[in-house]
Design a protein around this ligand. Sequence first.
Ligand code: HAS
Length: 542
Amino acid sequence: FDRRDSALILAHILFAFFALFLGGVAGLLQGLVRGGQITLPAGIGYYQLLTAHGVLMALVFTTYFIIGFLYSGVAKSLGGQLLPVARSLGWIGYALMTVGVAVGTVMILLNKATVLYTFYAPMMASPWYYIALALVVVGSWMSGIGMFIQLRYWKKTNGAKLSPLFAFMSVATMLLWLIATLGVAVEVLFQLIPWSFGWVETINVELSRTLFWYFGHPLVYFWLLPAYICWYIVIPKIIGAKVFSDALARLSFIMFLLFSIPVGFHHQLTEPGISPTWKYIQVVLTFMVVIPSLMTAFSLFATFETHGRSLGAKGLFGWLKKLPWKDVRFFAPFMGMLIFIPAGAGGIVNASNQMNVVIHNTLWVTGHFHLTVATSVALTFFGITYWLIPAITGRVLTPLMHKMGIAQTITWLVGMFFMSGSMHTVGLLGSPRRTAYTTYQDHPDAILWMPYHVVMAIGGTILFIGVIMMIVNIVMLLRAPKGYTEYPLGEVSQYAETTPAIFERWGVWISVVVVLILIAYTVPVTDMISGSGVGSKGFVTW
Ligand code: HAS
């Protein structure tokens, strides 16, 4: 790696883990409060900590890590180093995001932005908090544009050649992010900022939630797709196999681009301000977005099985024995995959209208996203870190680091088993999410929930130990002996079909996604703006 590229990538990765540490402290404390184990000193509020935890973990850790990781793959696969303009855009993006994160965190610490990570109106934060969010979004756009420019240049110099898979996937991920963030940008710029400055007196709550979830669901795929890049391209190389199918991998990313955006209403199924017809349409599209994950599962099983059989594995699951269990680069992401099976099944429960009524706003949902983003995605990101840091800093990944990484992964899994397991269970018993410690005047139901909340706090404490272990591991990676670590990029199997050229026609896919968004949102949003929708007929809309 060019030293200037390494600096840009490392700056993103280290900032991501700094946020993980701060978010971990907030998470530990709020978990202990909710479990009734501690009371907070100095006027610090439960919801304030919950906001800090959600923002730092779900928004800051992920976004910095993803941009750093994607920049590394784009540099590696498109010419070996970044174009000066792409690198400069990366740094401009980093600076804007970091100013935004600093201002936003100060606002949360001052208790002027205690609005949780979804910042739903009519809860109001300081306008500076919303401006900070806008800076983070604009900063991330700069980095996305940097990656697009790098790919464009590569295409120009390489003619009709198929772009490298990593670059294709990175561009699809950043494109998804760009289209998705337009929704939250409109919400922040045209609704939240004017309202919080007092320039307008009222805010259309239903519209603001809709714009948020237009962004909020593709957001979860913005977290997931970089993990899929690792599963599709990096894992085959680490286990000594080939990428099962380039075409299948690209198709699944295109499907994410198409179907992850027009589905936000599945977060709003219980809201009376949207007609059932539009909810139904978006739920159908939600089930469409499950398909690329099923394709991914199929592709991964195919990779593992064909590779295992080529090494002589027998029986239905004999291939499991042929996997490199002692290699943390494999172990951590693989555990992420394994957990994604129940996590994804939980998502399908959520998306099913009748079952959503049971789980909505309960701790089940918190359990769901701690399995998806905080386990499948986070463990994959941790697994990437073990080779990425030494690869860009010219150091070796020592056998001791493999052991420490595996110990960290197991700690994480144990903590999450207790925490997310009890969240799912107590959610089904009706315990609401986003609620500080209360026994509801000793109501028998609430008393029944208490032991689960204590287990959640125990799981959260184990996870905090996992965060500390990860930070220690990073310090050790930075101090490892000088040497070489491979940047593992898999090659496509010789048996795979050739990839159709249409997969690279970005104009076609962007047009289709625009049409789908217009179909899914035009009528309900027009209703919300004009006040002629179901919400205007006497229902409360928040
Ligand atoms: Fe979700 C709520 C539906 C996936 C994150 N989700 C949330 C929230 C978050 C979140 C953060 O429909 C809370 C938002 C808030 O604060 O209110 N989700 C889904 C569906 C999927 C899904 C249908 N979610 C995710 C992912 C996330 C994430 C991924 C983060 C990264 N979710 C919902 C719904 C709600 C929701 C509703 C709203 C609930 C409410 O009412 O509030 C699907 O994409 C899932 C598809 C996944 C699969 C699994 C495929 C399995 C694979 C692994 C293969 C394993 C191998 C290893 C090969 C079908 C690819 C094998 C090894 C062996 C040894 C066997």
